[in-house]
Design a protein around this ligand. Structure first.
Ligand SMILES: [Zn+2]
Ligand SMILES: [Zn+2]
Length: 337
């Protein structure tokens, strides 16, 4: 495909989309029902549907009987861990293999022309973005994801959490399923904003930001404290009445969904003429500029706090004006002190 029909490339070879990023159209006043209708297919496809389907498959094939989940015995816990490790490794590797190893689409639609693993970088363990990502993702990320999964399932099985059935509460649980991605982003925005607080940033979040040019294995390349915060979104399902499948969907949205913002390509080609949108640009800009787009625009919090960057030159100007203002404030405090 010709990516220049959809964007432009600078002299470094970095590609950027011509269309600016937009926040989800729900919050527009007056309401824009047509815009919502146009936006909906991209909301479901491909990611939301994929992670919802993986949660259903998981509940049907992987989960043991309720009686088994009432106890914390190693058998089922280790089985879940093994399945999660294999599934995450396969899912992340599929993108890594196609886009970064075989480079099936070259640098078409690639935000940063460089492939991060072509050069050694001392910021990473073993000087390799990939190696550190694999160690952190599979070493602590997936085990923490599994620990939340076990805790939530144990709570449901023992009646500590209100478990509603889809047969009896299809509308409520259906609505809750639609809200899973929004809750994910609301929760992510809050914890993400928290770990950008300078002391926590230095201690915890700077590790994730070593990937200035993120690739699939950057997804869960986080300090364990960040992983603990990140997967805690699943706990909402033991607080409000819910169902184990939705808790798993929440976890899959976080665990598999982490790859979405770190793909590094705007479109993933499936043939010479076809491609699907990755929805990676908002989070790519976060990795590039650090203090914009704490969320991806599904909830309007960045807009509210003035940290939204839509990828346009105006977005750049707004960001620079914000940095300038802060610098002036810091200098004023220094001068007064
Ligand atoms: Zn990231
Ligand atoms: Zn960040």
């Amino acid at each position: 495909m010709d990516d220049l029909e959809y964007g432009k490339r600078n002299k470094r070879g970095d590609w950027a989309p011509s269309a600016t990023l937009a926040i989800a159209p729900f919050y527009a006043l007056p309401p824009r029902p047509l815009a919502i209708l146009k936006w909906l297919p991209g909301y479901f496809l491909p990611w939301n549907l994929l992670f919802a389907a993986s949660a259903v498959a998981y509940a049907m094939v992987v989960l043991p009987d309720v009686e088994v989940m009432k106890t914390l015995s190693w058998g089922w816990i280790l089985r879940l861990l093994a399945v999660n490790l294999v599934a995450a490794a396969l899912f992340y590797s599929a993108f890594e293999y196609r886009l970064y190893m075989t480079r099936a689409q070259g640098t078409r639609f690639k935000y940063n022309a460089k492939f991060p693993n072509d050069a050694k970088n001392k910021a990473f363990l073993f000087s390799s973005q990939n190696t550190e990502g694999i160690i952190r993702g599979l070493g602590t990320g997936v085990p923490i994801w599994t620990a939340y999964e076990v805790a939530v399932l144990y709570a449901f099985a023992n009646g500590y959490a209100p478990w509603l059935s889809f047969a009896q509460h299809p509308i409520y649980l259906g609505c809750l399923a639609l809200l899973v991605p929004m809750f994910h982003e609301f929760h992510f925005f809050c914890i993400h904003r928290l770990i950008h607080w300078p002391p926590l940033y230095r201690w915890v979040h700077s590790i994730h930001h070593n990937s200035v040019n993120p690739s699939p294995w950057s997804s869960l390349s986080m300090h364990p404290v960040e992983q603990l915060l990140y997967f805690s979104s699943s706990l909402i399902h033991v607080i409000i009445p819910s169902n184990p499948v939705l808790a798993i969907y929440q976890l899959h949205y976080a665990g598999f969904g982490a790859v979405v913002g770190h793909i590094g390509f705007d479109k993933i080609e499936t043939s010479d003429e076809r491609a699907f949108d990755s929805h990676a640009y908002a989070h790519y800009l976060h990795h590039k500029y650090f203090e914009v787009n704490y969320g991806d625009g599904l909830v309007p919090l960045d807009k509210l706090f003035g940290t939204w960057h839509d990828g346009s030159p105006e977005g750049d100007a707004q960001m620079n004006a914000r940095f300038e203002k802060r610098r002036a404030r810091v200098n004023a405090v220094k001068a007064a002190g």
